[in-house]
Design a protein around this ligand. Structure first.
Ligand SMILES: [Zn+2]
Ligand SMILES: [Zn+2]
Length: 213
């Protein structure tokens, strides 16, 4: 599948759009759009490329990854997929907005299709495998495209860093243990697309990430 990155304003979130080049089916992962311009940028891309949005998928339900869900649902009617251990975060999107001083009134996310570890999501002829790595949030997942050799890592793993674990439900030991046992064994040339900051590879992080020594 083809991956397109939208770098948005809310905490510098990376929103990803993955599309199957054969069927034109696509998924938006971690929709963080908060301004009409950002919403329009995603819609323009979908329409210009004649894509069909079949999935909205969240690596987790922190507000920066979820602010644009309601817009996409209204416009395209696609279902939202997330791990059920983050359901409580989805029910508190408005409270998260207040906590982070975001003025906009945002809708809670209550109607999600649950994803569990090992699930395979089909987007056209492409697939994303769900890897559950809790610790940044209880329901954090990474999405692995084995065929194309990339991993969408949410706030689990960054270039040179890992997700913060001081928010509710966080656990540093769980996060580091999960990255080491579930992500580092992937092929070293797997490209990692994190929720914030630049892309990296599994091999580079295994070698140089100071949190994984
Ligand atoms: Zn997060
Ligand atoms: Zn984030």
């Amino acid at each position: 599948m083809k991956i397109t990155i939208f770098q948005l304003s809310l905490f510098g979130i990376n929103t990803y759009l993955v599309s199957d080049t054969v069927t034109g089916d696509c998924a938006v992962i971690d929709p963080g759009m908060i301004t009409p311009q950002e919403e329009q940028a995603i819609s323009n891309f979908i329409e210009t490329n004649r894509l069909h949005l079949t999935h909205i998928i969240n690596t987790h339900l922190h507000i920066d990854h979820a602010a644009g869900i309601a817009y996409l649902q209204r416009k395209y009617g696609a279902p939202v997929y997330a791990h059920p251990d983050d359901a409580i975060l989805g029910e508190r999107i408005d409270a998260q907005a207040q906590m982070f001083g975001i003025g906009e009134k945002l809708e809670n996310v209550t109607d999600t299709i649950p994803l569990k570890d090992g699930d395979v999501i089909h987007i056209g002829q492409g697939t994303l495998e769900v890897i559950h790595v809790p610790g940044h949030s209880p329901g954090s997942i990474a999405l692995y495209d084995q065929e194309d050799g990339f991993l969408i890592a949410g706030d689990i793993l960054f270039a040179g860093s890992v997700g913060r674990t001081d928010l509710p439900g966080g656990s540093h030991d769980q996060l580091i243990g999960g990255i080491k046992s579930r992500l580092l064994p992937l092929p070293s040339d797997t490209v990692v697309y994190p929720g914030h900051g630049p892309a990296t590879t599994i091999g580079h992080e295994a070698k140089y990430n100071p949190f994984l020594r």
